[in-house]
Every structure is written in C-alpha cells, then in structure tokens.
Design a protein around this ligand. Structure first.
Ligand code: IVH
Length: 669
C-alpha cells in the first residue's frame, strides 16, 4: 500500500467510524454491530501504527484515551466565558423580565428555556471542519486545553461539515448512572467516592491520563454557538437546531417560551421533572431567543444581560458544626444535637439538628469545627449528612461523649446505643415532662409551650406537673416578666382551666408513664374508665388486653405504686383535674344502637372488629362477646357460626355489616 493509498483509507475509516459514533452516541441508534465497528477500528489502528504521520489527535483511535499528559496547556478564550446571574423564585424572574422589557421597550420577550446541567463548562473550537481544542472555562479569561480527555467523549464530533471557524459552548457532565458505577469501583479500590456528579465530571476532565477520563463515561450537551451571527444564524433556538444538524448533542428538553408567564410555567414543570432526568441539573437557563437583541442588552461586570439562571432551592447545603450539645428528654434519653452556623435550607433557617446518638456521630466521623452537609429529610427535619473532610484545616477537634449529664451531673448510663440520665430529679427531665403534659396531644394547654415552661421553671414558678394548676399564684410576678400582659396571663389561666376537663386518655398520656403512648393511653382509659382504678391494677389485669405486653403492664403498675406519683395525683385531684374517661361524650341518643347490647360475629370487611367496637361504644352501645337473652342485636358477617345460630334461636335481631353501616350513617357516625 502506498502512502497515498493508506492516507485515503485512513480518511475513509475515520469518516465511517465517526458516523457510527454519531449514530450510537448522539442518536442512540446504530446501523452496524460491535464486531464490525471493532474490525474497522482495528484496521485504522494498524494503519496509524504503520504510518505514524497519518495519526491525528482527533482520530477515532484516540477516543479510548491517548497518551498521558504532563500538564494542560493554558489557552486564552477569544471571548470571555461568563457566568450567569441568578434568580431564585417566580417574582425575581418577573423582575428580570421587566428589566429587559424596559431596556428593549417591548411588551413581551421570547426566551429559550434550557436545563442548567450541573457539570463543567467547556468550549470547543472548530476550524476547517475539524475540532482544534476543547478548553475548560478556567477563570473565564484563560482556560486549559483538555482536548485529549474531551475527545474520549464519543458523542463529540471530531469533524463537522461547517468549514468556517466557530466556537460552541456546553457542559461536560457525568450521568447519574455513571456516578453510581464509578463510585462502586472507587470504593472497591479503596478510593474516596465522588460526592456528586459535578465533582466527578470535574475530577475526570482534569486527570492527566486520558484513559482514566475515557473510563469515566462522561457525556456532554452543547447549548451555545458563540459566533452564531457570523454564521448567519440570528435566532438562538435555530442555532441550537443547527448544532443538532452538525452532529452536536444538544438537550431536547429546551423549549421556546413566549413571555415570562410561560417561563414560569416551565420553571414549575422542571422543578417537578428534575429528579426523573438521568443527569443532575441545578437549575434552568433562560436566554433571549433573538440574538440581534444581545448588543442592546449588553453585559454587566461579569454576566450577560440576555440570559439568566433560575436556581432550584438547594437540597443540600453546607455549614459549620460549631458545637455538639446534649439534651435530656423527659424519659432521661440523651440526644446529642448539632449547633450549626445558621444556614438556609429548603425554605427555612436551620441552626440545630439532631445527631441521634453517640454512634451516629462516630460513624460519620464528625469533628467540632467541621464543614458539614445538611439537608432536610422528607423536606422538614434537618439532617446532617457528612463532614466535608477536604475542608478540614487542622482547627477541628474530636468530640467525646460526656460521661455525666450536663444538666444535673448524674452519671449517664448507656443502654444499647442510647444514653440515659437516670436521675428523676434532673431539671431537664422535669421541664421536658411538663412540656409534654401541656402539649397538644396530651392536655393541650394553649400558651404553655416549650419556652414558657422553661421560663417559668427558671423563675421558680414550676417544679413539677401539678404546679401548672397553681400558676395563677404567680400571676403578678408573671405579668411583670417581659412579653407578658394581663391579657396573655388571663388566656393562659383560661387554657389551664379548660385542660382540667380533658378525658382520661389525655391525662394518662400526659403523665409520661414509660411505654404509654397515645394509643395505649386510649386503650387503658377506655378499659379502666377512671384514674383511681389504676392504683389497684395488677400486671395481669393489663396484659389481658390485646396487644399490651408485659413490659408496658409492669411500667403502668410501677408508676401507680410510686409514692411521688401518687402524691402528684392527689394534688391534681385537689385542683379538680378530671380523672374520668369521657369517651361517651360522642354518645348519640338518636342512634339506632344507643343503649343496645350488641354482639359482633363472623368477618367484617369495612371495619375491623376492634374498630366497629370503638364506633358502637362511642355512640353508647354495649358490645358483648356472647349471645344471651340480653343481647339486642347481632351483627353477623360471612363465616358466622354458633353465635348466629343461637341468636336466631333466641329471636334476637340479626343484621349484616352493610345494614349496620347504614344505621350508623343515619346517625352521622
Ligand atoms: S449559558 C454566557 N446554558 O452554568 C452564557 N450555561 O452559571 C453562558 N450551564 O458557566 C452560559 N447549563 O457552565 C448556559 N443550558 C446552559 C447551561 C449553562 C449549564 C453552566 C455553564 C455556565 C454556568 C453559569
């Protein structure tokens, strides 16, 4: 083969391989199989070996990663690579649009909405139909020649049909799926994982070994033809279509938007769709579509006026961990909390976050003074994600779990992974106990929240739960406190009065008996009806109840055998706090079932047996387990047996579930 023949064949092979790359990596479809592709690639490799002069840096053979570089050459940008101004919400977007309309003296502007890809800004320079350089943004003025790495991204055309010089800008990024597989590989190799797609893309482009870059499965989208008008294209959206035509990969989520309201609808649409994209976006970019307006709009110090970025609210932010402090709950449970430099995340300012327990802190390796990641779990509860180890500067100090309660000095006890302060007289436990008593799901004392209880405790007006009911003894002193008035004092006294009439289950829950949550409190109240009954209960009286275990039963019995608790109950009695279960306040004398004795049998489908029992008892019926001559009604579902037979024998009224529900519906229950 002569050199000329070889040169011709190299050109043919290059064109073929480029076309197949384009089909596969840009269009996601391919017209040949892998083996044929490999064969052509093999042939090209052989020719390049034989005739090194025929090998160009843009050869398809270089896509797997060429030679290791010693450094990246600095290249000045012909036109500055600017950043974008930001807006964070609808109103700021409307303001941006108004400013532009004022400058242009028009009523409406046509924009192009685009994804703001979270990757690495990149510029490609083409001359004579061939890629010359790929340059990073750098400081906007000067970038680095990373062509050898960028060329490993197969979707980037090495040759194009446009022969005039042009520059195209876009974003190199790592798809979410690639990040996952790269991180799995890195953790297998004992290397630190990449925190996000952007860091991974930046790290991969800045590696000096193109083979490493090639292995990272990077992608790119191209969003701006810099010298569009020189090429005769005056509309941005058309220039993107032209980039498509030249074989560039552009993002097809883009949309031409007429006026700012369409822009805002697009913002809302993509705030929703964001997570379903297979690449990370940190916002959207809106550009004026008519390139001829760009000159009159011009630039601010560092940003073009003809484009704007809408930034999504960050899901994760970083801030400084100033300290870790312990709080002690009413049960004595100790919780470490992060004290943070205040930071806004998902719509509110956060300066505290729970750290759960000692092991949580150890597993994350948190140090005081660390910059940490923070996000909101389920969009509400602030959660520390991890320390950003790369931002440590030597001033960080380790945190050690204290051995004693910071409030009362009592030694802490660790049970499984939780620490407790077992001192029942710990001020913190007492305060938390009263806060719980007054809380919404317990005695619901309006105006007696956390800070009020804390303040009253500090002033010495409150020591224990019954003190709440004699708070009026301190009315004058309280009114003298900052932020208190006759009015607020009176409403607090009223709220305390009202709370005295609450039903037993709220009192039981409010007392803070270990193991007694809202649900068990209700079950117990319903069953035993009055607080005094509890003093004589034995564990077996309680464990007979379905779903109540021995631990809870023992805890209840212990509580009512503790002298201090009995004393508190006596004090509550003196203040006429209601001890009765008032569940019957839903009594409905008009109900068909009111005052009747009812037996449930067979399978109920709409309600469970327990639920139906609750409903019937609530409206004043008695639910019994066996059929006798005292039974008024049997509600029988499928599978009913002997009880139904007996009822029929005794001539007791029988109905099915549907009929029962119809009766209930009539009473509004
Ligand atoms: S246009 C002068 N369009 O965001 C206008 N930028 O904060 C040049 N980016 O440096 C930028 N997606 O790296 C534009 N569709 C998009 C973009 C985008 C991501 C990046 C780009 C730029 C940064 C600005």
């Amino acid at each position: 083969m002569t050199f000329e023949e070889a040169s011709k064949r190299v050109k043919e092979l290059t064109e073929l391989l480029e076309r197949y790359n384009y089909e596969y990596y840009v269009l996601n479809q391919s017209s040949i199989d892998d083996a044929e592709f490999d064969r052509l690639m093999g042939e090209l490799k052989m020719l390049e070996l034989e005739y090194p002069a025929l090998q160009s840096k843009n050869s398809p053979t270089q896509r797997v990663g060429g030679e290791v570089q010693s450094e990246f050459k600095k290249i000045p940008h012909k036109r500055l690579m600017l950043s974008l101004g930001n807006v964070f919400n609808d109103d700021e977007m409307r303001d941006f649009d108004r400013r532009l309309r004022d400058i242009l003296h028009v009523d409406q502007i046509r924009y192009v909405g685009e994804m703001k890809i979270d990757g690495l800004g990149m510029s490609l320079i083409y001359e004579n139909g061939e890629l010359q350089y790929a340059v990073t943004r750098g400081d906007g003025n000067m970038g680095e020649d990373v062509t050898s790495n960028v060329i490993t991204i197969r979707s980037i055309p090495a040759h194009v049909k446009e022969m005039r010089p042009f520059e195209v800008r876009g974003e190199v990024y790592m798809p979410k799926a690639s990040l996952e597989s790269v991180n799995i590989q890195r953790s297998l190799n004992g290397e630190p994982e990449f925190a996000n797609c952007r860091n991974a893309a930046a790290g991969s482009i800045r590696t000096l070994d193109p083979k490493v870059a090639a292995s990272r499965k990077l992608e790119a989208y191209w969003y701006y033809l810099v010298n569009s008008r020189e090429l005769g294209e005056h509309i941005h959206s058309n220039s993107l279509d032209y980039l498509d035509e030249l074989g560039f990969r552009t993002n097809h989520e883009r949309r031409v938007l007429n006026g700012v309201e369409e822009v805002i609808a697009y913002m809302h649409e993509y705030a929703e769709k964001r997570d379903s994209l297979d690449y990370d976006i940190d916002g959207l970019v809106f550009k004026v579509d008519n390139l001829d307006l760009y000159d009159s709009l011009g630039y601010t110090a560092k940003e073009p006026r003809w484009a704007i970025a809408y930034k999504f609210p960050p899901k994760e932010v970083s801030t400084k961990l100033l300290d870790i402090v312990l709080t002690i709950g009413r049960t004595g449970r100790v919780t470490p909390n992060a004290i943070l430099e205040p930071v806004r995340v998902a719509g509110s300012t956060v300066q505290r976050a729970t750290l759960n327990n000692e092991d949580f802190i150890k597993e994350k390796g948190l140090m005081i003074g660390d910059i940490i990641g923070l996000h909101k779990a389920a969009d509400v509860i602030p959660e520390v994600t991890e320390p950003i180890v790369s931002r440590r500067d030597g001033t960080q100090t380790p945190w050690i779990m204290p051995e004693t309660c910071p409030v009362c000095g009592h030694a802490l006890t660790r049970v499984k992974n939780i620490h407790y302060c077992l001192n029942e007289d710990c001020d913190s436990r007492k305060i938390e106990g009263m806060i719980h008593f007054a809380s919404r799901n317990a005695m619901d004392i309006d105006g007696m929240g956390e800070s009020v209880v804390e303040e009253f405790f500090a002033e010495g007006f409150l020591h224990k739960i019954p003190d709440i009911f004699r708070i009026s003894d301190h009315a004058e002193e309280i009114k003298a406190l900052d932020g208190w008035s006759d009015k607020s004092m009176n409403s607090l006294i009223d709220a305390i009065e009202v709370s005295k009439t609450r039903s037993l289950e709220r009192l039981l829950f409010g007392l803070g008996i270990k193991e007694v949550g809202e649900k068990l409190a209700k079950t117990l109240a319903k069953r035993f009806k009055n607080l005094d009954v509890f003093k004589d209960l034995k564990e077996e009286d309680i464990t007979v109840i379905k779903d109540v275990g021995p631990v809870a039963a023992k805890s209840v019995v212990d509580y009512f055998h503790d002298e201090k608790n009995l004393q508190a109950i006596e004090e509550l009695r003196e203040y006429h706090v209601n001890f009765d279960y008032l569940g019957t306040d839903t009594l409905d004398v008009n109900s068909y079932f009111y005052g009747k004795t009812i037996v449930l049998t067979g399978t109920l489908s709409r309600y469970s047996r327990d639920e139906m029992t609750d409903i019937l008892e609530g409206i004043g019926a008695k639910v019994s387990g066996s059929v006798s001559k005292n039974t008024d009604i049997v509600i029988a579902g499928p599978g009913a047996g002997s009880k139904l037979e007996k009822a029929q024998k005794l001539g007791v009224e029988v109905m099915d579930e549907e009929e029962a529900i119809n009766h209930l519906a009539r009473t509004g229950k």
